[in-house]
Write a protein that binds this ligand. Structure first.
Ligand SMILES: CSC[C@H]1O[C@H](OP(=O)(O)O)[C@H](O)[C@@H]1O
Length: 350
């Protein structure tokens, strides 16, 4: 199974499949310190909300190992976790995973015990995410009638998670059940997660798909070619506002205009119950260079400023359903979350 991360315990190395190089090259980076894991997350060698949570957890194992032998090992560990948490701000999965690791320092008797507990916990987080994705896939496929033509945005597949994928996991599951008549993937400007990563994953699995530039989505919907939009999420608030890859909001507006269901898929670790409104979610602004490279320039053009937010917020009012491993919920136009279908095989948590 395709996996973005590979923990090598004996070597004390987290191997990261460098997603910046895909699909041209499959190169692995060896991260042997919490700082190098943090950099791999920041530069998007590993990306996707659940995957950066898992990478953060393995980074915490490296932090615990590095703290061994220090008199104030607890403080060293906590400070490394704080740094890791700053790598990317929008996906709550990173803070969520680090929160689970942080708690282990309270009960560990010494740094050796902390490192061992962290390793067990990181493996658990990774395992749970895979199970959650498989459950999301099964549940989400129920929302797609036979013959559905679905459009997805960005990359929410195995590369972005512990395996299988969230929105792409639904597409995978629905495809294997013979439910899909068409899969459409947006290119996903400016980083091209759609054309570089989603198209690659789909092609590897033999799932027939069509790639389009982001701005072709509205006319495709207008032509009656799309029956559902299925996307992932980086953070979901209590009322169901969704932070996801820039362009998601535009797709949601278009989907509503054409009365097309807009389905969001994410593990429970993406739900931030501390936040009510999407406007409270920190949105990552990325380097201007990411846009100018496509114009053949290695720095911004003189006199032109650049707007490059990595994510946008889709208000709950535009979201038809949210699929997590717990079940399928409707944000009911922002009036509160209603569980439409409860997962019948548990959350997958062990
Ligand atoms: C299943 S992952 C959610 C997710 O991550 C993406 O962002 P990025 O590539 O910048 O890490 C995107 O918003 C996807 O929907």
């Amino acid at each position: 199974m395709l996996k973005p991360l590979d923990w090598q315990s004996a070597q004390g190395v987290l191997r990261v499949l460098d997603q910046r190089q895909l699909p041209a090259r499959s190169e692995w980076l060896d991260c042997d310190s919490p700082e190098s894991v943090s950099e791999a997350i920041h530069c998007m060698a590993v990306r996707g909300a659940p995957a950066i949570g898992i990478a953060g957890a393995w980074g915490a194992v490296l932090a615990a190992r590095a703290a061994a032998g220090e008199t104030d090992w607890r403080a060293c560990f906590q400070s490394a976790l704080q740094n890791l948490g700053r790598a990317r701000p929008t996906a709550v999965n990173l803070a969520w995973a680090l929160g689970r690791m942080r708690g282990l320092a309270d009960t560990a008797s010494d740094s050796q015990a902390l490192a061992e507990a962290c390793e067990v916990e990181a493996a658990r987080i990774e395992r749970e995410d895979l199970a959650a994705n498989q459950r999301i896939g099964e549940l989400g496929a129920r929302l797609l009638p036979k013959g559905s033509r679905v459009l997805t945005h960005c990359n929410t597949g195995a590369l972005a998670t512990g395996g299988h994928g969230t929105a792409l996991g639904i597409i995978r599951s629905a495809w294997s059940q013979g439910l899909l008549a068409g899969v459409y993937a947006t290119e996903t400007r400016p980083w091209l997660q759609g054309s570089r990563l989603t198209a690659w994953e789909l092609s590897q699995e033999g799932i027939a798909a069509t790639l389009l530039v982001d701005s072709a989505a509205a006319s495709l919907m207008g032509a009656g070619e799309i029956d559902a939009v299925v996307i992932g999420a980086d953070r979901i608030t209590r009322r169901g506002d969704v932070a996801n890859k820039i362009g998601s909001y535009m797709l949601a507006v278009c989907a509503r205009a054409h009365e097309i269901p807009f389905i969001v898929a994410a593990p429970g670790s993406t739900v931030d119950s501390a936040l009510l409104k999407g406007s409270d979610i920190p949105i990552e602004n990325r380097s201007a260079d990411e846009i100018w490279w496509a114009a053949g320039l290695d720095k911004p053009m003189a006199g032109i400023t650049t707007h490059n937010p990595a994510f946008d917020i889709t208000p709950a009012e535009l979201v038809t359903a949210i699929v997590t491993e717990e079940g399928i919920a409707s944000p009911m136009n922002g009036q509160g979350m209603a569980l439409l279908e409860r997962s019948d095989s548990g959350s997958g948590h062990s």
